[in-house]
Structure formats: structure tokens, C-alpha cells
Design a protein around this ligand. Sequence first.
Ligand SMILES: [Zn+2]
Length: 498
Amino acid sequence: MIPAKRTLILAATVFATLCLATGLALAEDTVQILDGKAVKGYIIEETEDYILIRLSSGDIQEINWDIIDWVKRGPAFDLEFKGRWEKTKNADADELFKLGLWCEDRGHPDKAADCFRRTIEVNPNHYVAREKLGHLFHEGKWYENIKDYYAARGYVSYKGNWIPKEDKEKYEAGLVKLDDGTWISKTKLAEMKKRPKPVKPVKKDPKKQPKPATKKPWKRQKRDDAFYEDFSGEVPWANRHRYESKHYMIESNCSMKHIKRYAKMLDAVYQKYCKTFGKPASPRKCQVRIYARQQQMGRGGGVGGFYGGGRVTCYHGKFGGTGSTQTVLFHECTHQFHDMVAGIRRAQIWFTEGLAVFFECSEVDEHGKIHVGVVNKDRLGTVQAGVKSGKYINLETLLRTPQSGFSGRHYAYAWTVLYFLIYTNPGNRKLFNKYWVGVCCGSGERPGSPRFKEMIGIPLQDLEDCWKEWVQILGKNDLPEEVEKKSKEFFKNYKKKK
Ligand SMILES: [Zn+2]
């Protein structure tokens, strides 16, 4: 078992890159990597084998001593906090708030709360600082405790829940509230339950039906901007909903309409995870937090979401030019599922991120059906251009690249390799399974010693040659069905040529 503390926290491509950039301003410990890169942050754990460092984004990176050149330590927390606090005499609200986040990231919630209280002294309408302190907003006024807030809304406490005053009176009169909001007496409800239910027409098992010769085509989906720009029904974080779907436990302060849509897409992608990774031996509900707004997440502007401590955290909205909460959920929940079934740290970064991007590209069609294996235009462009020019990342290098050196370009390459392995050819799929069962679910591997290479039983160069040619046949707008067809044709001809 891998202790929870050592769980690797991985953020998606852009996220990780931007986190590192914003981390510099607040960082105090520096870990210099042998390849010349420096990781700045706050060292939270050290063992004989590795260092755990917390970046300002909250992400935790594990760095093996094998690849560390030297470590420079900043002043201890108390000392540094004292210095920073003394400098806040004339600070504005945002500076005070940032100091609060800085404390929070280092595991000092009390000091963080002090900073947030100072923040609202300077700016009483600092929304996020108020949220952090658990204050609630109603009709132009902030409430510091939940009782006053509900009193102002005309709610009363009843059997552990806050409900409208008139509802309490009805409950006490012995009435029952139905899902559609109507009230009936308990005796009437009992009568209703006794009535025989209408018999449903027997549905034929779709699995037993002969499959139609051609699959129904579906259209590539555009991001549903209207949905991601809709904040109606948002509640303060302190009053967030807890919604249990079949496989997920979602906490969110979005409206129930939003939450149910997310739950549906998550349960659908979960089925796809099971198909790829196998069903978890001891399944448990996966924890997901969705903040209604990016600022409430309390992270930098470039962070779409992250996986850590067993939980996926993200916000409702658009992310970058084409991304959205859906993209972020599909990516981060891949890490979560991977971690649940096998322990994410056993696999190498190229594999974990390649997988996450593979699922991140999935689309939900107009009928709510999920499609995996959708081509990502930009990432494909990166790899095709690289291969064409001969300046590409070869497989040997990709397999050896540690997390600290993993860039956006690496994500693109890792995605095509995973796509190639999972989706295109039964022989490749066998290689994937071999590595997954033998290494990812087994003893794991250390950075820099690619066991994948030993496991596959064929020269890595042969695989690379084939992958390089295959990448070139893909079209940027291909649907998975088209990739499947093209790949079939490709492997038939490739075999003949050899
Ligand atoms: Zn990731």
C-alpha cells in the first residue's frame, strides 16, 4: 500500500505548467534538478528516497533524490510568516488575501483565517475571503453565522435541517411533502403506495438484439458555453449540496441542475474507466468537489482543477479556449480511478498523463452517450509536426522523462502513444495490458528505468517506427470510428510491408 501522504498529485498539462510559474513568487525552498530545472515551493516531507514539495497551487510534487542536484531551504514558516505579517500594515485587501492563501497552502488554517479577517477589515466586500471564513450572503448583507443567515431568510431548524418556517408548520400538522412540492396527508400517501403500479412494457435486452450493420453516426460536440456561463441557482459554499450518484460523491455549490448533469457524465466515464483499467476490487464512491466559480477554489487563474488526497477539485465553467469542467473532470478523475485501482505512483508520468489526456478528450453526444478516443486537434498537430520535421520526442526519451521535466509537448506525445496502445490494434492493446497488469498493478517502476521497454517483448524501435507512421494517417477532425477504420487498414498494410 502506498500511504495517502505520498499520493502523487497531478494537475493537467497547462495547469501544472502555470502552477510552477505562479509558484515562483511565493516559493521559499528550491530543489535544483540535475537537468538544470529548479522546482520552488515548500518542502513538506523528506525521506531517504524522495522529497515532497508543495507548489503554490497546492499541488504536491514528489522528487526522487536520484535526480536532485542540490536543495536550498528558505526560512521556517513561523519566521517567514512573521516577516510577511509585519509588512501588511498598509497592505490592500488582495495582498492580505494572498498571504492567507499562502498560509493555507502550508497547512496553517488559523493563520490563514487571521489574514482573511484582516482582508475583510480592509474590504468588507471581499467575496472570496468571506467565503473562506464561512460567511454567508443574503440580500445585500453578509452573515457571520449560519443561524442569523437562515433567520434572515425565514428558515427555521427542523430535525437537523434548515427549512422554510411554513414548511415546519405543515410537517408538525402531520403533512408530507412530495418531490413535486405538493403536500398531502400521511394517510393519503399510504393509500397511494398501496395502489398497484402500472406494469411496464417488457423491454428487450439490447445486448441480445442483432447489432445494426452500421453504427449511428454522431456529431463532434461544441463546448456548451451557455451551460458553462450559467450560474443560476448557485449557493454559498457553506450551504453546498452533497449529491451521491452511482459512483461519485459530489460536493458542489452549483445548482442541482448542474450537479446532476455532472453526475451523469461522471457515471458514464466511470464505465469507460472500468473497461480500460478493469473494475475496482473494492469500489468506493469517488469524491469530487465542484466550486461554482473559479475564485472560490482559491487557486491561481491558470488552475482548472487538481487531484489530491483522493479527491478531485475543480470549478464550474470554461477552461482555456476549448476546455471546460467536463474536460477537467475527465482528466483528473482518470488519475483518481487509476489511483483507486492500482496506486498511481507505480506507473510513470508518460503513462498516467497519456491516459488522462486520452479520457480528457472524450465527448458526450446529443443523446448523453459518451465517446472515448476523440482526436485532440492541437495535440495531434504538435506530434504530427514533430514527426514530420524529425524533431520529435522519441519513445525512449518519453519513457525516461521525469515529472519535473514533463511539458505540454510531452503530454501530446504521451497521449498519442496511449491512444496507439489502447485503441488501434489488438496486438498493441496486449502490450498495454501487459504493462498495466505487470507494472502498474504490480511492483511499479522507478523513474528513469523504463520497464515498459523490457515488458513489451519487442524492440522499442519497432514500436516507435510503427507509431510514427500511424500518427501521420490521423486527421484532426476524425471521429473515433474513423480512427478505428483507418487504423485497421493501416495495420493490414503495415504487416504486408514488413
Ligand atoms: Zn494529469
